[in-house]
Design a protein around this ligand. Sequence first.
Ligand code: KIV
Length: 275
Amino acid sequence: MKNTVLTIGKKKSEGKKITVLTAYDYTIAKIFNDCGVDIVLVGDSLGNVVLGYEDTLSVTMDDMVRHCSAVARAADKAMVVVDMPFMSYQTSVEDALRNAGRLMQEGRANAVKLEGGTRVCPQIRALVDAGIPVMAHLGLTPQSINAFGGYRVQGKTQNQAAKMLSEAFAVQEAGAFSLVLECVPMQLASLITQKLDIPTIGIGSGAGCDGQVLVAQDMLGMTQGSTPKFVKCFAPVGELIKKAASDYIQEVEDGTYPSEEYSFSIKDEIIEKLY
Ligand code: KIV
Protein backbone atom coordinates (compact mmCIF):
# COMPACT_ATOMS: atom_id res chain seq x y z
CA MET A 1 0.00 0.00 0.00
CA LYS A 2 1.28 3.45 -0.94
CA ASN A 3 1.98 5.89 1.89
CA THR A 4 -0.22 8.97 1.94
CA VAL A 5 -0.77 12.02 4.12
CA LEU A 6 -3.09 9.79 6.17
CA THR A 7 -0.60 6.96 6.81
CA ILE A 8 2.14 9.50 7.61
CA GLY A 9 -0.13 11.36 10.06
CA LYS A 10 -1.22 8.06 11.63
CA LYS A 11 2.40 7.20 12.39
CA LYS A 12 2.66 10.26 14.64
CA SER A 13 -0.55 9.39 16.50
CA GLU A 14 0.71 5.82 17.00
CA GLY A 15 4.11 7.04 18.22
CA LYS A 16 5.91 5.37 15.29
CA LYS A 17 8.92 7.09 13.71
CA ILE A 18 8.69 8.33 10.11
CA THR A 19 11.64 7.60 7.81
CA VAL A 20 12.58 9.91 4.95
CA LEU A 21 15.52 9.75 2.55
CA THR A 22 16.30 11.92 -0.44
CA ALA A 23 16.60 10.38 -3.91
CA TYR A 24 16.99 11.98 -7.30
CA ASP A 25 16.94 9.04 -9.70
CA TYR A 26 15.06 5.81 -10.42
CA THR A 27 17.75 3.35 -9.25
CA ILE A 28 18.31 4.73 -5.77
CA ALA A 29 14.64 5.56 -5.29
CA LYS A 30 13.75 1.93 -6.09
CA ILE A 31 16.25 0.62 -3.53
CA PHE A 32 14.92 2.96 -0.81
CA ASN A 33 11.30 2.22 -1.74
CA ASP A 34 11.88 -1.53 -1.64
CA CYS A 35 13.61 -1.22 1.76
CA GLY A 36 10.43 0.35 3.14
CA VAL A 37 11.31 4.02 3.63
CA ASP A 38 8.10 5.97 4.30
CA ILE A 39 8.85 9.03 2.16
CA VAL A 40 11.29 9.65 -0.66
CA LEU A 41 12.13 13.34 -0.84
CA VAL A 42 13.28 14.73 -4.16
CA GLY A 43 15.12 17.54 -2.43
CA ASP A 44 16.53 20.59 -4.14
CA SER A 45 19.76 19.38 -2.52
CA LEU A 46 19.83 17.89 -6.04
CA GLY A 47 21.67 21.11 -6.83
CA ASN A 48 24.50 20.31 -4.43
CA VAL A 49 24.85 16.55 -4.66
CA VAL A 50 23.83 15.76 -8.25
CA LEU A 51 24.36 18.94 -10.28
CA GLY A 52 27.47 20.19 -8.47
CA TYR A 53 26.24 23.69 -7.61
CA GLU A 54 27.52 25.38 -4.45
CA ASP A 55 23.95 25.92 -3.18
CA THR A 56 20.35 25.16 -4.12
CA LEU A 57 19.56 28.53 -5.73
CA SER A 58 20.28 27.54 -9.35
CA VAL A 59 17.96 24.53 -9.33
CA THR A 60 15.10 25.01 -11.82
CA MET A 61 11.56 23.75 -12.15
CA ASP A 62 12.63 21.66 -15.15
CA ASP A 63 15.35 20.02 -13.01
CA MET A 64 12.85 19.14 -10.29
CA VAL A 65 10.18 17.87 -12.70
CA ARG A 66 12.62 15.59 -14.51
CA HIS A 67 14.17 14.08 -11.37
CA CYS A 68 10.83 13.80 -9.58
CA SER A 69 9.28 11.83 -12.43
CA ALA A 70 12.22 9.38 -12.36
CA VAL A 71 11.79 8.89 -8.61
CA ALA A 72 8.00 8.61 -8.87
CA ARG A 73 8.33 5.75 -11.38
CA ALA A 74 10.22 3.79 -8.71
CA ALA A 75 8.12 4.59 -5.66
CA ASP A 76 5.13 2.28 -5.57
CA LYS A 77 5.02 2.32 -1.76
CA ALA A 78 6.95 5.36 -0.56
CA MET A 79 5.23 8.74 -0.69
CA VAL A 80 7.05 11.09 -3.07
CA VAL A 81 7.56 14.64 -1.80
CA VAL A 82 9.31 17.13 -4.06
CA ASP A 83 10.95 20.45 -3.22
CA MET A 84 9.65 23.56 -4.92
CA PRO A 85 12.83 25.28 -6.14
CA PHE A 86 13.95 28.81 -5.32
CA MET A 87 11.63 31.49 -6.73
CA SER A 88 9.02 28.99 -7.91
CA TYR A 89 6.64 29.93 -5.05
CA GLN A 90 8.04 32.96 -3.18
CA THR A 91 6.92 35.36 -5.93
CA SER A 92 3.14 34.81 -5.68
CA VAL A 93 0.36 32.40 -4.82
CA GLU A 94 -0.33 32.04 -8.57
CA ASP A 95 3.28 31.03 -9.28
CA ALA A 96 3.14 28.55 -6.40
CA LEU A 97 -0.05 26.97 -7.76
CA ARG A 98 1.19 26.78 -11.34
CA ASN A 99 4.58 25.33 -10.39
CA ALA A 100 3.26 22.89 -7.80
CA GLY A 101 0.71 21.79 -10.40
CA ARG A 102 3.56 20.94 -12.79
CA LEU A 103 5.35 18.95 -10.09
CA MET A 104 2.19 16.93 -9.46
CA GLN A 105 1.13 16.50 -13.12
CA GLU A 106 4.47 16.04 -14.88
CA GLY A 107 6.62 14.99 -11.91
CA ARG A 108 3.90 12.72 -10.45
CA ALA A 109 4.75 13.84 -6.90
CA ASN A 110 2.36 13.09 -4.06
CA ALA A 111 3.16 16.33 -2.20
CA VAL A 112 5.39 19.38 -2.45
CA LYS A 113 7.75 20.91 0.10
CA LEU A 114 8.45 24.61 0.44
CA GLU A 115 10.63 26.63 2.78
CA GLY A 116 9.46 29.32 5.17
CA GLY A 117 6.84 30.14 7.80
CA THR A 118 4.26 32.91 7.99
CA ARG A 119 5.39 34.56 4.74
CA VAL A 120 4.49 31.44 2.70
CA CYS A 121 1.25 30.59 4.54
CA PRO A 122 -0.92 32.09 1.74
CA GLN A 123 0.86 29.75 -0.70
CA ILE A 124 0.40 26.73 1.63
CA ARG A 125 -3.32 27.52 2.03
CA ALA A 126 -3.86 27.88 -1.74
CA LEU A 127 -2.00 24.64 -2.55
CA VAL A 128 -3.88 22.67 0.09
CA ASP A 129 -7.18 24.13 -1.22
CA ALA A 130 -6.17 22.91 -4.69
CA GLY A 131 -5.65 19.39 -3.35
CA ILE A 132 -1.85 19.53 -3.17
CA PRO A 133 -0.43 18.32 0.15
CA VAL A 134 2.35 20.52 1.52
CA MET A 135 5.33 19.67 3.70
CA ALA A 136 6.64 22.85 5.34
CA HIS A 137 10.30 23.52 6.22
CA LEU A 138 11.65 25.72 9.04
CA GLY A 139 15.01 26.30 10.70
CA LEU A 140 17.97 26.32 8.36
CA THR A 141 16.19 26.78 5.04
CA PRO A 142 18.96 26.55 2.41
CA GLN A 143 17.17 28.73 -0.16
CA SER A 144 17.72 31.65 2.29
CA ILE A 145 21.43 30.95 2.68
CA ASN A 146 22.38 34.47 1.59
CA ALA A 147 20.04 36.01 4.17
CA PHE A 148 21.39 33.71 6.93
CA GLY A 149 25.00 34.43 5.96
CA GLY A 150 26.01 30.77 6.21
CA TYR A 151 24.83 27.30 7.20
CA ARG A 152 24.12 27.75 10.94
CA VAL A 153 21.90 26.26 13.62
CA GLN A 154 18.70 28.34 13.81
CA GLY A 155 16.47 29.25 16.78
CA LYS A 156 19.12 29.55 19.48
CA THR A 157 18.05 32.84 21.09
CA GLN A 158 14.85 33.40 23.09
CA ASN A 159 13.31 35.52 20.32
CA GLN A 160 14.32 33.17 17.51
CA ALA A 161 13.02 30.13 19.43
CA ALA A 162 9.66 31.82 20.14
CA LYS A 163 9.41 32.91 16.48
CA MET A 164 10.08 29.39 15.25
CA LEU A 165 7.38 27.96 17.53
CA SER A 166 4.84 30.48 16.25
CA GLU A 167 5.89 29.85 12.63
CA ALA A 168 5.40 26.10 13.23
CA PHE A 169 1.86 26.75 14.45
CA ALA A 170 1.28 29.04 11.45
CA VAL A 171 2.23 26.43 8.83
CA GLN A 172 0.13 23.80 10.62
CA GLU A 173 -2.80 26.22 10.69
CA ALA A 174 -2.30 26.94 6.97
CA GLY A 175 -2.77 23.23 6.27
CA ALA A 176 0.72 21.70 5.99
CA PHE A 177 0.59 17.93 6.61
CA SER A 178 4.12 17.78 8.05
CA LEU A 179 7.06 20.01 8.88
CA VAL A 180 10.80 19.61 8.30
CA LEU A 181 12.95 21.11 11.07
CA GLU A 182 16.52 21.59 9.85
CA CYS A 183 19.39 22.41 12.21
CA VAL A 184 17.17 23.35 15.14
CA PRO A 185 18.43 22.80 18.71
CA MET A 186 17.10 19.42 19.87
CA GLN A 187 15.20 20.81 22.87
CA LEU A 188 13.33 23.31 20.69
CA ALA A 189 12.62 20.67 18.01
CA SER A 190 11.22 18.34 20.71
CA LEU A 191 9.01 21.08 22.10
CA ILE A 192 7.65 21.95 18.64
CA THR A 193 7.04 18.23 18.01
CA GLN A 194 5.09 17.85 21.26
CA LYS A 195 2.98 20.93 20.60
CA LEU A 196 2.06 20.26 16.96
CA ASP A 197 -0.54 17.79 15.72
CA ILE A 198 1.27 17.31 12.39
CA PRO A 199 4.48 15.22 12.28
CA THR A 200 7.88 16.90 12.38
CA ILE A 201 10.74 15.49 10.32
CA GLY A 202 14.14 16.41 11.72
CA ILE A 203 17.49 16.86 10.05
CA GLY A 204 20.17 17.93 12.49
CA SER A 205 17.41 18.55 15.05
CA GLY A 206 17.79 15.65 17.47
CA ALA A 207 15.85 12.48 18.22
CA GLY A 208 12.72 14.17 19.57
CA CYS A 209 11.21 14.74 16.11
CA ASP A 210 8.53 12.40 14.76
CA GLY A 211 10.78 11.35 11.90
CA GLN A 212 14.21 11.86 10.37
CA VAL A 213 15.49 12.76 6.94
CA LEU A 214 19.00 12.53 5.52
CA VAL A 215 20.45 13.32 2.11
CA ALA A 216 21.20 9.97 0.43
CA GLN A 217 24.73 10.87 -0.67
CA ASP A 218 25.58 11.96 2.90
CA MET A 219 24.35 8.79 4.61
CA LEU A 220 26.04 6.66 1.94
CA GLY A 221 29.40 8.36 2.43
CA MET A 222 29.45 9.68 -1.14
CA THR A 223 29.66 13.39 -0.36
CA GLN A 224 33.01 14.98 -1.19
CA GLY A 225 34.60 17.13 1.53
CA SER A 226 33.28 17.65 5.02
CA THR A 227 29.70 16.89 6.07
CA PRO A 228 27.66 18.55 8.85
CA LYS A 229 27.89 17.22 12.44
CA PHE A 230 24.48 15.50 12.24
CA VAL A 231 25.39 13.31 9.24
CA LYS A 232 26.01 9.66 10.00
CA CYS A 233 27.56 7.54 7.26
CA PHE A 234 25.56 4.29 7.38
CA ALA A 235 27.70 2.56 4.73
CA PRO A 236 30.95 3.65 3.04
CA VAL A 237 29.46 3.41 -0.45
CA GLY A 238 31.69 6.21 -1.73
CA GLU A 239 34.77 4.16 -0.76
CA LEU A 240 33.31 1.04 -2.41
CA ILE A 241 32.67 2.98 -5.64
CA LYS A 242 36.26 4.29 -5.58
CA LYS A 243 37.60 0.76 -5.14
CA ALA A 244 35.35 -0.62 -7.90
CA ALA A 245 36.41 2.11 -10.36
CA SER A 246 40.12 1.65 -9.51
CA ASP A 247 39.87 -2.15 -9.92
CA TYR A 248 38.06 -1.69 -13.25
CA ILE A 249 40.75 0.68 -14.56
CA GLN A 250 43.47 -1.74 -13.45
CA GLU A 251 41.82 -4.81 -15.04
CA VAL A 252 41.06 -3.07 -18.36
CA GLU A 253 44.62 -1.74 -18.52
CA ASP A 254 46.24 -5.10 -17.73
CA GLY A 255 43.78 -7.05 -19.96
CA THR A 256 42.27 -9.25 -17.24
CA TYR A 257 38.84 -7.77 -17.93
CA PRO A 258 36.87 -8.90 -19.89
CA SER A 259 37.87 -12.56 -19.57
CA GLU A 260 35.98 -15.25 -21.59
CA GLU A 261 33.47 -15.43 -18.79
CA TYR A 262 32.29 -11.93 -19.72
CA SER A 263 32.43 -12.39 -23.56
CA PHE A 264 30.21 -13.89 -26.30
CA SER A 265 31.36 -16.59 -28.72
CA ILE A 266 30.50 -18.08 -32.14
CA LYS A 267 31.75 -21.26 -33.87
CA ASP A 268 35.43 -21.18 -35.03
CA GLU A 269 34.52 -22.18 -38.66
CA ILE A 270 32.41 -19.04 -39.09
CA ILE A 271 35.34 -16.86 -38.14
CA GLU A 272 37.85 -18.91 -40.22
CA LYS A 273 35.80 -18.27 -43.41
CA LEU A 274 36.16 -14.54 -42.85
CA TYR A 275 39.97 -14.55 -42.91
O1 KIV B 1 16.75 19.52 -0.24
C1 KIV B 1 16.75 18.66 0.65
O2 KIV B 1 17.31 17.57 0.51
C2 KIV B 1 16.05 18.97 1.88
C3 KIV B 1 16.29 18.08 3.05
C4 KIV B 1 17.67 18.20 3.51
C5 KIV B 1 15.30 18.30 4.12
O3 KIV B 1 15.34 19.93 1.93
